[in-house]
Each structure stands twice: as structure tokens, then as C-alpha cells.
Design a protein around this ligand. Structure first.
Ligand code: ADP
Ligand code: MG
Length: 650
């Protein structure tokens, strides 16, 4: 995501002829005092001198020391924006980028969007990887005097890609300053990668944190890992507090996670009223990228939700795994910023020592690279095998990405970007999804397909199923079912919501999550805004489901499954898979299906499935499927010889 957001500061500050407004002045003064109190402040001159002296500098400092909010301002004050140049600062997380930009603008007493702007783009973070925005950012890069790669220790996919790109750019732009800012982790590696760039260390001001372990592993109920769980946990806490009534001091329970609307996010920074206590229930966004003042206690469940990728099956999944020791230490560190603190780890000291990995595996080594390959190719970087990766992705992942892009028609047999590939690279979504959107042009159903793409990207959080109203919720859901499959159900939900006038009440009555719908609408608007650029006309197929299903097939033909004994088999890997019980096609069991994704819970489940005809596969991917392997010989009733399918598929 991070390439999607950057802070730039440009121009010099406009002299404001402000009348002596004492309150504003006072606020400004106290803000300046806060700035001067940060651990980075005593090092301001030394830091600027080091930046002046070296082209590339690694800056290491404890979370909260002032790297993100102060360095851009120091650079501005030191004249780095002369001649209309910008100071760019990239953030791996959109939330952090917004909060930081707002904070910097506030400290400078300017309006966000003038001197300080978020050069972000058209996307929400539900669509994570972004090609055009990266290009946008590259243009920012070219007009920048300094580029700060912030939160480098997070090692997100895009940070890693940016490392390689910027190292290259810095070679032929000797006037560009590169600052790699990181929490106290891994900085030697950054220095090493950037040809032994010096490391500037900002000594932390840290109070001791006592660490407590449990005797046995404890599990939070519910485990605090993703947004719904965060919300559920908040509700649980609030419920407990209500029951305790006046027996305890007022407890403010505040969630924070990436998709939380920004007005809600801002609340975590508000000072706690006297006598009250604040509890922040957070994803690992609070690990290093946001600093919340005044935290004394940290409860660490010891898990994280991590993307993992199986290059053989092409399956990407989010898995709950123990976090790394480095993460656990960062989490504990949140408790000791303003006073001595305590960290309660819900796992044993033994598990910390023996079960946790030292550091987190960089994302680039556990993700599908389809998007990255498309991005790099569109930037003219053809030889990906020799790209300067800090930690190269597994070879087979790279090869699979190339293969997939070839099958989708985005690359030709020489591995060069095709015209289709160039258009796909304009969309900030997964290659299969962008292929689906582009195919909607041919089938004249872009209106519908854009909605489906947006609904798919909000990730299974459309339907609301409260425990005390399961029957009502399931009935409401049944009312949306239309023939053909889940994609069409999602389309139906969205269209009815539009008809209701985007009503909150309508969502409430139909057990639909308003927040998810609003996000889908944002994503849809943004995608629609891009249709011009890729020259796709937005037209509707007026209720005919065939064109829509063909467009889905054109993008997802890799994800075909056919009915076989007791379940389904994927055509590509002969993997046994099942229709998810929540699917509208759970009972119907059509012969041929396309699934949006595979998830493993108790079994390998296909989530979001749509019924197709096998003949369409030949129509949309003639280079990929042979008619022989798609013969409908395996009808439900026919006894099947062992190994037949394998032979058929060759
Ligand atoms: P670092 O990047 O080194 O982790 P930051 O520059 O993000 O540190 O934060 C420095 C200090 O600025 C924090 O300790 C906090 O007091 C303040 N701060 C940062 N962001 C905000 C915000 N959005 N609202 C209020 N205070 C903030
Ligand atoms: Mg920071």
C-alpha cells in the first residue's frame, strides 16, 4: 500500500498575516514545546549535518522518537524544498500516512493539502498493491530532493521493491538524498544493502518494562487479530464495563485498525479525561507505525495474522501464526514510553524462547508476486531474476507469477508486457481481477463487473450474523440469492443498496454491514475513475448473467473446479476442494465452478463461487485449456476409473 501514500512538502511557508489570536498562538507554542521535547530534537543539527554529508543515510530510533513527524520538518527548515523540490516520505500503511500527514500539518500550523500533502491516490487500502499509484509516486520521486523510506523495518512488499528501485535511481541522481528510517531493528542489513551507508542512531528515552509470562498459553476470547475481532473485543470489554457499572473508573475502549474510518482513528490520540482510563484494542498497526502516548500496560496475545503463499498451488492465505520475537519486543516497548510499564504476554517464557522466530519473514518471500512483476515490467525492468532485492523472493514464486501473467495474456512468450498487460498494470488490483475488469469490455458488462470487483475486495465482511439473531440474518441473506452464484448475489446486494439510496437503515434491516458497503462503494468509485485511462466504457448488460460470468471466467480461469465424487477437484492441481457452506451454491453443486479464493479452515473451502460452462474456458483461455481436458465425461452418476482425470489432463 505504501507506494500509494506519501507525504510531500513543497514550497516555502506562506507568511500568514494572522491577527494576534492568543489561543491559536498558545497552541502553536505548546506544539513547539512538544516538538522540542522529543528524543530526536537534541540531534537535529547532527542529523542535518549527516544528511548533508552522505547521500544515503540509515536512521534508527525507537518508535515515538520523532523520526516520522520531525525529519520532514527539519529538512524543510533546512532548505530542502528550494526550487520547488519536494520532500517525499513513504509510508507502508495508509492509516499511518494519513495520521502523520495530519499531524505534521498541525505542527506546522498549515492546512493539509497545501504545504503538506498526502500524495495518495485513487485507492483505498482494500486494494493493496498499486501500479499506477507507484508510478505517481515515482513522479513524486523525481521531483524530490529527499526521499524518506519510513518504517523500513516493516519489510512490506512495497518497501522492499522501493529499496531496489531507489538504490538504482540514487546511482544516477547524485543530488537525491535517501533516508531509510527504521525502528531499532535490522538496521545493519539496511546499511549493508545500501553499500554500507552510515547508520545514524537516535538514543531512545525508554523506561523499563516488566515482562510477565503466563504458565500456559492463554487465548483471548475472541482472539484479537483482525478488524471484526477487534470490534468484537471492544464490544466485549464495553459489555463487561457496563455490567460492573460504577464499580470501576470510566473505561474508554477504542479500536484501531487499518480500515477504520479516519475520524474514528483520530480518537485514539485524544487525551484521556481525568479519572478515566483508555484501552486501545489494536492490530499490529500499533506495533511501530503509530505512537499512542501514555500507554503503560500492553497485553500481547503473541499472534499475528500473516499472509502466506504456496507457490505450488498458487494459494494465498492469511494464517494466524505466533509473531516473531522482534515483534513481541516492539509490542512490549509500547508500554515504556512515558513511564515504567508492564507487558503481559499470554504465552510462556519457553514459547518466547523456543517457538517464536527471531524476526518476521519479509512479505516478499510469502506473497503472490503477480502484481509486483506487472509493476516492474511496466517500469521497464525486464530482468527480474537479477533485480536488486534485499531478500530475493523464492525462485518458484517468481516463475509462477510470470507463468500466470503469461496465461492471462499480460506477457508475451518473450516475457514482455503486452498491450493488455500494460492496461492491466493501470489497475491497482490483483492481475486476475484486472483481467476480469478488462474482459468486461468485450462482454459489455463493465457496470456489473466493477461492482463485483469492489464487493470482492471488501473481503467477506458484507453479511452480518449476530449470534442472537442467526435465523433472521440467514433469512435476510437468503433473500438476496439469485441463480448463478455468489458474485451475482454480491451484485444484487449492492444494487439493492444503491436503490435504497445508500441507506444505513436498509443495511441494518437486511443484516448487511454498512461499513463494508461504504468501502465497496469507495473502491467502486475509484475503479470507475480509472476506466477512462484504460479506455473501457462503462456499460451494463441489463440483467443477463452470462456476460458477467464469462468476464469472471476470463480473469479466473486458473480457479476452475469440477464436480467429482463427494466434492470438487481443481482442474489445475487435482486438489480436492469444497463449496463453502455460506455459498449460495452450497446445495446446488453445479458441474463447473470458478472460485474467487480458497480458504483452509476445517477443509479446503472455495469462497465466492460462480457457475460456468466448460466451453467458456476454451473461449476465454484457448491457449490454456484443451477441449479434451474439459470433456464433461465425469458426470455425477458415471463411475469414475481411478486416475482418469490425471490421464485426461496429461
Ligand atoms: P517515530 O516516527 O520515531 O516513531 P513519530 O514522529 O511518529 O515518531 O512521533 C513522535 C511523537 O509525536 C509521538 O510520541 C507523539 O507524541 C506525537 N504524535 C505523532 N503522531 C501524532 C498524532 N497523530 N497525534 C498526536 N500526537 C502525535
Ligand atoms: Mg515513525
Amino acid at each position: 500500500d505504501f507506494v500509494t501514500t506519501a507525504i510531500t512538502m513543497k514550497g516555502t511557508r506562506s507568511e500568514k498575516d494572522a491577527p494576534a489570536l492568543s489561543q491559536a498562538e498558545m497552541k502553536k507554542q505548546s506544539m513547539q514545546e512538544v516538538r522540542r521535547s522529543l528524543p530526536i530534537f537534541p540531534y537535529r543539527e547532527d542529523l542535518l549535518a549527516a544528511i548533508n554529508k552522505h547521500q544515503i543515510l540509515v536512521i534508527e530510533g525507537e518508535t515515538g522518537s520523532g523520526k516520522t513527524t520531525q525529519i520532514p520538518q527539519y529538512l524543510l527548515e533546512d532548505g530542502y524544498t528550494k526550487g520547488g523540490m519536494k520532500i517525499g516520505c513513504t509510508q507502508p500503511r495508509r492509516v499511518a500516512a494519513m495520521s502523520v500527514a495530519a499531524r505534521v500539518a498541525e505542527e506546522m500550523s498549515v492546512k493539509l493539502g497545501n504545504e503538506v500533502s498526502l500524495v495518495h491516490d485513487c485507492y483505498t487500502n482494500t486494494l493493496s498493491v498499486t501500479v499506477p499509484s507507484s508510478r505517481l509516486k515515482l513522479s513524486v520521486l523525481l521531483s524530490s530532493s529527499v526521499i524518506i523510506i519510513d518504517e523500513a523495518h516493516e519489510r512490506t512488499l512495497h518497501t522492499d521493491i522501493l529499496f531496489g528501485l531507489i538504490k538504482d535511481i540514487a546511482r544516477f541522481r547524485s543530488d537525491l538524498k535517501v533516508l531509510v528510517a527504521s525502528a531499532t531493528l535490522d538496521t545493519e542489513r539496511f546499511s549493508c544493502f545500501f553499500d554500507d551507508a552510515p547508520v545514524f542512531r537516535i538514543p531512545g528515552r525508554r523506561f523499563p518494562v516488566d515482562i510477565f509470562y503466563t504458565k500456559v498459553r492463554l487465548y483471548l476470547n475472541p482472539c484479537v487479530l483482525v478488524c471484526e475481532e477487534i470490534e468484537a473485543c471492544c464490544e466485549l470489554l464495553q459489555e463487561r464495563c457496563r455490567r460492573l457499572g460504577s464499580k470501576i473508573a470510566e473505561l474508554l475502549v477504542l479500536p484501531i485498525y487499518a480500515n477504520l474510518p479516519s475520524d474514528m482513528q483520530a480518537k485514539i490520540f485524544n487525551p484521556t479525561p481525568p479519572g478515566a482510563r483508555k484501552v486501545v484494542v489494536a492490530t499490529n498497526i500499533a506495533e511501530t507505525s503509530l505512537t499512542i502516548d501514555g500507554i503503560i500496560y500492553v497485553i500481547d496475545p503473541g499472534f499475528c495474522k500473516q499472509k502466506s503463499y504456496n507457490a505450488r498451488t498458487g494459494m494465498e492465505s492469511l494464517i494466524v501464526t505466533p509473531c516473531s520475537r522482534a515483534s513481541a519486543n516492539q509490542r512490549a516497548g509500547r508500554a515504556g514510553r512515558v513511564a515504567a510499564g508492564k507487558c503481559f504476554r499470554l504465552y510462556t517464557a519457553w514459547a518466547y524462547k523456543h517457538e517464536m522466530e527471531e524476526t518476521t519473514v519479509p512479505e516478499i518471500q510469502r506473497t503472490n508476486l503477480g502484481n509486483v512483476v506487472l509493476l516492474l515490467k511496466s517500469l521497464g525492468i525486464n530482468d527480474l531474476i537479477h533485480f536488486d532485492f534485499m531478500d530475493p523472493p523464492p525462485h518458484e514464486t517468481l516463475v509462477l507469477a510470470l507463468e500466470q501473467l503469461y496465461a492471462l495474456g499480460a506477457l508475451n512468450h518473450l516475457g514482455e508486457l503486452t498491450k493488455l498487460g500494460r492496461r492491466m498494470a493501470e489497475l491497482p488490483v490483483d492481475p486476475m481481477l484486472s483481467k476480469m475488469i478488462l474482459a468486461s469490455e468485450q462482454y459489455k458488462c463493465s457496470e456489473e463487473v466493477l461492482t463485483i470487483a469492489a464487493m470482492l475486495s471488501v473481503n467477506n465482511s458484507i453479511f452480518y450474523r449476530p449470534k442472537d439473531k442467526v435465523v433472521h440474518a440467514d433469512n435476510a441473506r437468503m433473500n438476496f440469492v439469485v441463480p448463478g452464484g455468489d458474485h451475482l448475489v454480491l451484485l444484487n446486494v449492492y444494487n439493492q443498496w444503491v436503490e435504497s439510496g445508500y441507506s444505513t437503515q436498509w443495511c441494518y434491516e437486511n443484516f448487511i454491514q454498512f461499513r463494508s458497503m461504504r468501502r465497496a462503494r469507495d473502491v467502486r468509485d475509484q475503479l470507475e475513475g480509472l476506466m477512462d485511462r484504460i479506455e473501457v466504457e462503462v456499460v451494463s448488460c441489463q440483467g443477463d448473467s452470462v456476460p458477467v460470468r464469462k468476464a469472471v471466467t476470463a480473469g479466473y480461469f486458473y480457479h476452475t473446479a469440477r464436480l467429482s465424487k463427494g466434492g470438487y477437484k481443481t482442474v489445475k492441481h487435482q486438489q480436492t476442494v469444497y463449496v463453502h457452506p455460506n455459498s449460495s451454491l452450497f446445495e446446488e453443486q453445479p458441474r463447473w465452478l470458478i472460485y474467487h479464493e480458497l480458504v483452509f479452515t476445517t477443509k479446503e473451502f472455495m469462497r465466492q463461487v460462480i457457475e460456468i460452462e466448460s466451453g467458456w474456458l476454451l473461449e476465454v483461455a484457448p491457449h490454456y485449456y484443451k477441449s479434451k481436458e474439459l470433456e464433461d465425461s465425469s458426470s455425477k452418476k458415471m463411475p469414475r476409473k481411478q486416475g482418469k482425470t490425471k490421464e485426461e489432463l496429461g
